[in-house]
Design a protein around this ligand. Structure first.
Ligand code: ADP
Ligand code: MG
Length: 689
């Protein structure tokens, strides 16, 4: 047999047949190290043995004793084999039951065992239900200790994983050397690698398991920070065309706007103009709540770029948003000599007229289009700019890393400047981790003309009152959004509101006298446009729609936002939807419909009622629901373990500082080849997801 190392392929490991090898491969486990890095997601503490006289119904217990009277029964009614036995310890007997494991009858009679399972009761009889078994001659792996429970998928059970991981740990123990330098281990009080592997799988105590987890979390954060900081240093070395600031033009534009820029908008715009005036590419994230006015800031940068003779690409996640930007740009620039094009899957326009794709592409190549606005269509191979100088990505978390990178002209020596925009409030830890290579501009305060938005939780019994409120608003000339969690339901019994059914119910039963429209992602682009236009022109009073599709739409006349099944959405997402209303000077209402009786729901939704700050809500979501609640989290290429630790600002900052210190001393990581290899491997994962 080959010697086992961390790099050994799973097929060379003992106890893993080809069937299991394939199952492992499907969840990305190919080597011994991958297997060791398949961490348990929780533990069951069976380290305390109890006795049969102390068991309580509903408890999980671990008992040691002797098995007797074991027999199989077949029940015709439930069509399964039930194995019954008696476990006897020094205090007395307890009944034990297993389902569909008839072979146990031959294996366990008169055996001394440890059983771990749940105490249950049926027909006045107390029994231990389907316990895990360990024969006492083995050293305990599955019972009698703190037992790891793994995320189970592909038919890989926790029991099987324990069975292969335990001997692997023993075999590798002496070979695992820590690739984190000793001084980093000491300074950050981390558990050493070999010990951490042991303790995360088979901990001596839950405290040690936690310390092991901390070690791995720190390691991942540290690697990500090394990657981000190196990427940042590399961007600094790249070249870009500096765009001088045409101050009179900028002033003229600002004066032409129908509103005064907020101080935050002014600061952000100024930073952007200064960044772009340098011979290195700008890499900036403009972050601001919905309605904070990112578009105006971005258009200012676009104008200054076009004036310099550079082209601008503005990419939005949906055609509806792209078209809205196109309209806005045409309005903002009506007195400025900027040529604007639109390119989405179905629509192409130039100078407010429809136009063929070929035309657009030709104009673009010849430099006749200054600003091209579009969707994913912009990253097609055939879209070639003459002089792309600024790339703007709206709602950037809706795009994958690779899609964003494609627009950045990787094959050219001179890079365009990059402005990313997002309305998703990103907690500071995450910003430092995931976007650590971007500079950050925040639009914190909203434009002043915003009206008050009242948020209310609406229980099923209050539905009528809520509909009455909608009717009153519409009488005043206002409009309403009604958001449903789904477009249509998969099954008849589904309680979840759908766009299709709600639209029908509202238009036929509740508001037969009003115009009720519906909008969702499965409609054709032309149809969506038509509906949105009607809504914008107030020819539709109530629009039934889904949450994701039209997040950016700007309909200042809408004053009611109803969210059906509000408990299904994250706070940040609810807040985004709430941002659709209160955009003009009318008092507005966000109504959170929920029929969920859970306290947890009430607690979360109450946060919406009290709090109107997107950042605060995002932090709350992170605390209550965990990082999965953050929009776009699956696109950041961040391991789950790291996501789970983003709550821990101290650890994130510590990892960042440690990475900084290390790069200061050794920018290319020459002294730490294994560390460098791991950072480079990460680079691949993050960039080619
Ligand atoms: P977002 O940041 O969500 O993209 P927008 O740029 O779409 O927000 O701006 C929302 C609305 O606010 C638009 O109708 C825009 O014209 C308006 N707006 C932007 N800046 C200001 C301002 N300083 N004062 C008043 N209204 C503004
Ligand atoms: Mg926007």
């Amino acid at each position: 047999m080959k010697e086992i190392t961390l790099e050994s392929k799973t097929e060379d490991l003992p106890g893993i047949g080809s069937g299991y090898r394939q199952k492992l491969a499907r969840i990305g486990i190919e080597t011994a190290e991958d297997l060791l890095r398949h961490f348990p997601h929780r533990y069951e503490d069976f380290s305390d043995l109890t006795t049969t006289d102390k068991v309580k119904i509903g408890e999980k217990v671990c008992l040691q004793g002797q098995i007797s009277e074991i027999k199989n029964n077949f029940t015709f009614r439930r069509r399964m084999i039930i194995t019954e036995a008696v476990l006897r310890d020094q205090k007395g007997p307890l009944k034990v039951v297993w389902f569909n494991q008839p072979y146990l009858a031959n294996q366990l009679e008169n055996q001394e065992v440890i059983l771990a399972g749940k105490v249950s009761k049926k027909n006045q009889e107390i029994y231990l239900a389907s316990p895990t078994i360990e024969k006492l001659k083995d050293s305990p792996t599955h019972t009698g200790r703190i037992v790891p429970i793994y995320p189970e998928s592909q038919g890989l059970t926790s029991r099987w994983l324990r069975y292969v991981i335990k001997p692997l740990l023993a075999a590798l123990r002496d070979q695992i050397t820590d690739y984190l330098p000793a001084e980093i281990i000491t300074k950050n009080e981390l558990m050493d690698l070999a010990e951490a592997f042991q303790q995360i799988h088979f901990p001596d105590s839950l405290k040690k398991a936690e310390a092991a987890r901390q070690r791995f979390a720190f390691e991942e954060l540290f690697l990500i920070q090394l990657r981000t900081l190196r990427a940042k240093a590399q961007t600094k070395k790249q070249k870009a065309d500096p765009v001088p600031i045409n101050l009179p033009l900028v002033k003229k534009f600002v004066q032409s706007l129908p509103f005064e820029l907020t101080p935050d908008q002014k600061i952000a715009a100024w930073r952007i103009l200064q960044d772009m005036n340098k011979p290195q590419p700008m890499s900036r994230l403009l972050e601001g709540d919905v309605g904070s006015g990112k578009t105006a800031v971005m258009m200012l940068a676009a104008l200054n770029t076009a004036d310099h003779g550079g082209q601008i690409a503005l990419m939005a996640p949906t055609a509806v948003l792209a078209k809205q930007h196109y309209q806005t740009a045409n309005d903002f620039f009506k007195d400025f000599p900027i040529k604007i094009g639109l390119l989405t899957g179905e629509t192409r326009s130039f100078n407010r007229r429809q136009c063929s794709v070929e035309r657009i592409l030709d104009y673009l190549k010849e430099g006749k289009i200054d600003l091209l606005i579009g969707t994913h269509s912009l990253i097609q191979e055939r879209v070639k700019f003459k002089n792309l100088t600024l790339v703007v990505i709206d709602e950037q978390h809706r795009f994958g890393v690779r899609q964003r990178a494609r627009l950045m002209k990787p094959d050219q020596p001179e890079k365009p400047h990059l402005l990313s925009m997002t309305a998703t409030p990103i907690p500071r830890t995450l910003a430092l981790t995931v976007y650590g290579d971007l500079d950050l501009s925040l639009l914190k305060e909203k434009p002043k003309n915003r009206a008050e938005v009242v948020t209310q939780i609406i229980k099923p019994s209050q539905r009528r009152t809520a509909y009455h409120l909608i009717r009153q608003e519409i009488k005043k000339g206002r409009q309403a959004f009604i958001v449903c969690p789904r477009i249509q339901s998969d099954s008849e019994e589904d309680q979840i509101k759908t766009v299709i059914k709600e639209h029908q119910r509202l238009s036929e039963e509740i508001f037969p006298d009003l115009e009720v429209g519906r909008l969702h992602g499965q409609l054709k682009e032309a149809e969506k446009d038509q509906i949105l236009k009607k809504f914008r022109d107030n020819k539709i009073n109530i629009l039934v729609t889904t949450s994701v599709i039209e997040v950016g739409v700007d309909i200042p006349n809408a004053t009611v936002m109803v969210i059906e099944g509000a408990e299904r959405f994250g706070l940040a997402q609810l807040h985004q939807m709430r941002g659709r209303i209160g955009r003009a000077n009318y008092k507005s209402y966000c109504l959170l419909f929920t029929s969920s009786p859970e306290i947890e729901t009430t607690r979360r939704l109450s946060a919406m009622v009290k709090c109107h700050d997107g950042f605060e809500l995002a932090e709350k979501d992170l605390a209550i629901r965990g990082p999965g609640s953050l929009a776009g989290h699956n696109q950041w290429g961040v391991p789950d373990l790291v996501m789970a630790n983003l709550k821990d600002l101290k650890m994130v900052e510590q990892a960042r500082q440690t990475a900084k210190d290390m790069l200061d001393r050794d920018p290319e990581l020459k002294k730490h080849p294994e560390l460098r290899a791991r950072v480079n491997a990460l680079e691949k994962v993050v960039h080619f997801e």
